[in-house]
Design a protein around this ligand. Structure first.
Ligand SMILES: CCCCCCCCCCCCCCCC(=O)SCCNC(=O)CCNC(=O)[C@H](O)C(C)(C)COP(=O)(O)OP(=O)(O)OC[C@H]1O[C@@H](n2cnc3c(N)ncnc32)[C@H](O)[C@@H]1OP(=O)(O)O
Length: 216
């Protein structure tokens, strides 16, 4: 997969930030507010928070955003201009309200690393992270680890092992590392661990280097 001008492990020092950290741009601030709404909606008092009015106001905001939305094809081209993926993806994208968003750093040992505390919208079992959310996060982290390693691809297989429940509301460390490249086949591993180093989830991914054309 064409990596464009992305930095790689070979060309950069330890501690290179690989993803776009939220900035003070209006779109980042608006998205952070939307993220807050999603979280607060799950926490608020169902009986006393005047949710009729909330629904009306949120629909009015959605109407406004939709009125200003270009055609999807046009927006896709815009989205994929330049670096693209790091601003809208569902894991690290500061412009995507469903992304936590996680900031990933590339280390000189070839791995990538980020920290995140997940809250109510990501819940599966009581008080724990949804397994599908863990798989989503790790799939993406492995994808970025491949970019950092210098050869990226499409996920062909993702084997996920859930060792123990992954806690919400606690800092978690996510890591990924490219292990080997054989022709077009890329093997990559990753994990989610708690602050005391307990591995909650580990993954092994097979990626295939494949060209995916950008919209134009
Ligand atoms: C530096 C920092 C910058 C940071 C900035 C961000 C950078 C950027 C980060 C983006 C991070 C995104 C991370 C999200 C990653 C997704 O979400 S990707 C989306 C999910 N995956 C998909 O949709 C893939 C769907 N599948 C496909 O498109 C195709 O099946 C594939 C995987 C491209 C393979 O198809 P193909 O190119 O036709 O390959 P094919 O010729 O069939 O097979 C090639 C070889 O691979 C093997 N193979 C193919 N599929 C499989 C399989 N599933 N299992 C086992 N073997 C397989 C074949 O057997 C064959 O082996 P050999 O015969 O050569 O030994």
């Amino acid at each position: 997969m064409d990596l464009g001008s992305h930095p790689t492990f070979e060309s950069h020092d330890d501690g290179t930030v690989l993803t776009s950290a939220p900035q003070d741009a209006p779109v980042d601030r608006a998205t952070a507010a939307a993220r807050r709404v999603v979280d607060a909606m799950l926490r608020t008092d169902r009986a006393n928070a005047n949710l009729d009015r909330v629904a009306e106001e949120l629909n009015s905001i959605a109407d406004h955003l939709e009125e200003h939305a270009p055609a999807v094809a046009e927006r896709l081209i815009d989205m994929w201009n330049g670096e693209g993926v790091t601003r809208h993806d569902p894991v690290t994208g500061p412009e995507n309200a469903i992304a936590p968003p996680i900031v990933l750093e590339g280390l000189s040992d070839g791995s990538v690393r980020g920290e995140v505390t997940l809250t109510m919208p990501y819940q599966g079992p009581p008080g724990c992270v949804h397994g599908g959310v863990s798989a989503l996060i790790l799939d993406h982290v492995l994808g970025v680890a491949n970019a950092w390693g210098g050869q990226a691809g499409m996920t062909a297989q993702l084997n996920v092992r859930y060792h123990r429940p992954t806690p919400l509301f606690e800092p978690l460390t996510v890591t990924g590392r490219q292990m080997s490249v054989e022709g077009r086949k890329i093997n990559t591993v990753g994990s989610i661990t708690t602050a005391d180093g307990e591995v909650c989830v580990s993954v092994e991914g097979l990626f295939i280097d494949a060209a995916v054309p950008r919209p134009r």
